[in-house]
Design a protein around this ligand. Structure first.
Ligand code: CTP
Length: 397
């Protein structure tokens, strides 16, 4: 199954490192070539000799090894593989990855790679459940990192709960899935995300509280299923995913232009919180307090990007998905919005301040389609993104 595939396996420092020895054997049985990288902590649990014997490969351990660097620089090492697998992925390694640290060979390779990364977390249950680890997990998923496990069970430390590294056959299945063309291979999807900034003058603007987290996670989830994603984003709090074509815009008008020039798409997801109005009499230079009274802003309506695309006579994407951020009568308003804008689906959510959704880590959505309203359980934004991407893949199949 994995014939001719080259896996760079990073072995972190956890008790589950012993399973990585079996992982190497099983990956090689499937035909893969495995190059192991052992962290300093990992070497406390498995020896370089056993990893080397099982992988029939040189083991890489040191960022500043002159011989290794002369043979193959660490940048090349991170790019020569088809997939990077981190097993076990400790809390420390996950934190380094999420923070973009590069202070040893493993973290440097992970920062320098342009290849897909699959992590198999393994740690004590309290470390796994700590908000810091959960935050790092959400960041990594938003960056497009694939995750397998952890499983729930008895832990080496005597506690019980989630934190056990996934079993070797589960990791092999995840490796296989990561190397197989996703269901959206060959499909082009446009995603809008983030707020827009509508200028009042060259230094001031009108904006909204959108962080761009949900749209960014959707773009990453679609790319993870193999889609070519054009990601049109306003000035968001979160960085765009790595494996998408990003177009940065400021205003609604620029967002419409970017969507229009993105070309034919199979699907389009409008997750941006587009400003409804722009300032028609925006100052060409900074408006001054010059004693002539308070400035009077005049507003003009912005183009509705979702409605424009949903109502295209030619070249309309097969599936047009809008969002409805509501504070009252969520389902009724979102259903009416779907009909008014003529999109296929609406992802409706309640953005009342007490829900903590706007700018928060979780989302509570109802999917409105031609068949009615489907209430989804409250999930993290990356989980909502993956569920939506899977539905889009089904619809385009
Ligand atoms: N949208 C868009 N262009 C706009 C306004 C909204 O593409 N100028 C899209 C959003 O990306 C979202 C959907 O339309 O997918 C719903 O936006 P929302 O602002 O909630 O709805 P409105 O049409 O503005 O209706 P209202 O303000 O009455 O709730």
């Amino acid at each position: 199954m994995l014939a001719n595939k080259h896996i760079l396996l990073i072995v972190g420092g956890g008790i589950a490192a012993f399973k990585s020895l079996d992982l190497v054997r099983r990956l090689r049985e499937q035909g893969a070539r495995v190059t192991p990288v052992l962290t300093t902590a990992g070497a406390e649990f498995v020896t370089p000799l056993s990893l080397s014997a099982l992988s029939a490969s040189k083991i890489y351990q040191d960022l500043f090894d002159l011989t290794d660097e002369a043979e193959m620089g660490h940048i090349e090492l991170s790019r020569a593989a088809d997939l990077i697998v981190v097993a076990p992925a400790t809390a420390d390694l996950m934190a380094k990855m999420a923070g973009g640290l590069a202070n040893d060979l493993a973290s440097t390779l992970l920062l320098a790679t342009d290849k897909r990364v699959l992590i198999a977390p393994s740690m004590n249950v309290r470390m796994w459940q700590h908000p810091a680890t959960q935050r790092n997990l959400a960041t990594l998923q938003g960056d497009g990192v694939l995750v397998v496990g952890p499983n729930e069970g008895d832990m080496a430390c005597g506690e019980y709960g989630p934190g056990r590294m996934a079993e070797v056959p589960e990791i092999i299945a995840a490796v296989d899935a990561a190397l197989t063309d996703g269901p959206l291979q060959g499909k082009h999807v446009i995603v809008t995300s983030g707020p827009t900034h509508e200028p009042i003058d060259p230094v001031r603007y009108i904006a909204n509280r959108s962080s761009g987290a949900q749209g960014t996670a959707i773009a990453a989830a679609l790319a993870a299923l193999g889609a070519r994603v054009t990601f049109v984003t306003g000035p968001a709090d979160v960085a765009p995913p790595m494996d998408v074509d990003t177009v940065q815009v400021q205003t609604a008008a620029q967002m419409l232009d970017a969507v229009t020039v993105a070309g034919a798409a199979d699907a389009a997801v409008f997750a941006a919180a587009v400003a409804d109005w722009h300032v028609a009499n925006a100052g060409a230079s900074k408006i001054k307090k010059d004693g002539s009274g308070l400035p009077k802003l005049e507003f003009a309506e912005n183009p509705d990007i979702l409605a424009t695309v949903a109502q295209m006579k030619t070249g309309r994407p097969k599936l047009v998905v809008g969002f409805a951020a509501e504070t009252d009568d969520v389902i009724a308003n979102a259903t009416a919005k779907r009909a008014r804008k003529q999109c296929d689906w609406i992802v409706a959510n309640d953005v009342s301040p007490e829900t903590g959704i706007m700018g928060g880590a979780e989302n509570d959505v109802t999917l409105i389609t031609q068949d009615g309203a489907e209430d989804w359980p409250r999930m993290t934004k990356p989980e909502v993104a993956r569920a939506l991407a899977a539905r889009i893949a089904e619809a385009l199949a």
